[in-house]
Design a protein around this ligand. Structure first.
Ligand SMILES: [Zn+2]
Length: 464
């Protein structure tokens, strides 16, 4: 017996309503009249062929259906009988041979046993290996063997080492430091260490969101993963300050690689393209990999979306006080210009350097509390005040990269709550960060413009 929906592959010659088909467990291939209600099928499972009978409910709506189905069944049986006779006549020896063939059972594989050991605070590689039964000496050899592949002295808390044994013999250790590749240590073959790409089943998906509250909340509500939202926001971080300009009715669209592993959803792959429409203006991003293998995101014209400065020092925050020439200071009760933007965020939220530069201050600065100042070039400087604390290694003279964490949101100095007071200084004058005209990103080279446009159009087609 078999039940349920099925493809009907056999019967294009039958009129709709004849329920004979091959059931492979999927949907509807031929549209059946009165089919959508309740269909029962009986059949020969071995052949995967199912005969369909309608229920009384169907028959009421479609009185000629049962009759046509019986005729269908008869025709099919006749066809099968005739076909079998023809086949046996034409090639009887094959039939006999098939009947006597004994399919050997598959050879038994090794018995696999997996032992796991998750890295905890204070762990070192040799300790983890010893817990998995690998000697200290062997663990040291492995670290040396791995030198060209991966630094095993730098293992991450929370990640797991897996010891795989085959038929009771320790065969290998596997460790995934991130989402893209696995480190394999061959315990049977001279403790060789290799690095292998993790294999995913990849499909390209699109998601569209119309903003009601915020990119983050609405993205989550639309089924986007946190990882996807942040990756999307990072691509546009030079163009759009998601903390200040995003408003109700804005719209986003993303084309990305959804990845599955062993039937479970895995971290996403690349974002291939994206669009963000803010107050009617659309910014597009297309991923392009140049002939030199370098990848980046470019707008419609082929200008890089990477700018020398990020739009905001926080990935997500809320502006509580904008740039203002006459603001009543909430602490001292005096009208003072506020030549900065205040971003409120929970205590401890990481603050990013908006651009590459050198730290020129990382210390207490009176009413500004803990403050970091970065000099980016001869023109630009950015300041970040009221920090809870500085990030490790942040001190005057140190070079920082765009996006690097320089400190954490706090409420030190003259401040009423956790926020970062962010200033942009151009040629010695504090300016409104939202009005600064930052230079454009690098463009696609003339020799690759054509290739870029072809890729852009292909991705656009996939997004529609
Ligand atoms: Zn402020």
């Amino acid at each position: 017996m078999c039940w349920g929906w099925g493809w009907r592959l056999l019967v294009p010659m039958y009129p709709p309503g004849v329920g004979i088909g091959v059931d492979d467990g999927f949907g509807k291939l031929f549209p059946f009249r009165c089919f959508e209600t309740d269909e029962r099928r009986i059949g020969m499972l071995a052949l995967g062929i199912c005969f369909s009978f309608t229920s009384s409910h169907d028959a009421l709506q479609c009185p000629d259906m049962i009759r046509t189905r019986f005729i269908g069944v008869l025709i099919l049986l006749l066809l099968l009988g005739a076909g079998g006779f023809w086949f046996w006549h034409r090639n009887p020896s094959t039939v006999v041979a098939e009947q006597t063939d004994v399919i050997p059972p598959p050879p038994p594989g090794p018995v696999i046993d997996v032992q796991e050991r998750t890295v905890v605070e204070g762990d070192v590689f040799t300790k983890v290996m010893e817990d998995l039964g690998v000697s200290y000496g062997d663990a040291l050899t492995i670290v040396t063997n791995a030198a060209d592949v991966f630094d095993l002295t730098n293992i991450k808390v929370g990640r797991t080492f897996k010891l795989i044994s085959e038929d009771g013999v320790r065969a290998r250790v596997e460790y995934e430091p991130g989402t893209e590749y696995a480190i394999k240590i061959d315990l049977e073959n001279g403790l060789a260490v290799t690095k292998e790409l993790i294999k995913y089943d990849v499909t390209v998906e699109t998601t569209e969101v119309t903003i009601d509250a915020s990119l983050f909340e609405d993205g989550l509500a639309a089924g986007m993963s946190e990882q996807l939202i942040i990756a999307f926001a990072n691509i546009f971080a030079w163009e759009i300050d998601f903390a200040t300009v995003v408003q109700k009715g804005d719209h986003m669209n993303v084309l990305y690689e959804k990845r599955m592993r062993d039937g479970k959803e895995a971290p996403i792959g690349n974002i291939l393209a994206g669009e963000f429409t803010n107050s009617g203006t659309t910014v597009s991003a297309f991923r392009f990999v140049g002939a030199d293998g370098k990848e980046g995101y470019f707008n419609e014209e082929g200008d890089s979306l990477v700018r020398p400065f990020l739009k905001s020092p926080l990935a997500f925050g809320r502006v509580t006080s904008g740039y203002n020439y006459a603001r009543m200071d909430p602490v001292i009760g005096v009208v003072q210009p506020h030549r900065a933007i205040d971003y409120a965020a929970p205590l401890g939220t990481p603050i990013m350097a908006v651009g590459d530069g050198n730290i020129i201050r990382a210390s207490w600065n009176g009413p500004y509390g803990n403050e970091v100042m970065i000099r980016h070039n001869s023109q630009f400087q950015t300041n970040y005040a009221h920090l809870w604390k500085f990030a490790k290694g942040i001190k005057p003279g140190v070079h920082v990269s765009q996006g690097q964490t320089i400190g954490f949101v706090g409420s030190t100095g003259r401040s009423t709550g956790p926020h970062v007071h962010y200033e942009v200084v151009v040629n010695g004058t504090k300016v409104n960060p939202q009005d600064v005209k930052f230079p454009k990103g690098e463009s696609i080279g003339a020799e690759e413009q054509e290739a870029f446009e072809a890729e852009r159009d292909r991705l656009k087609g996939m997004m529609e």
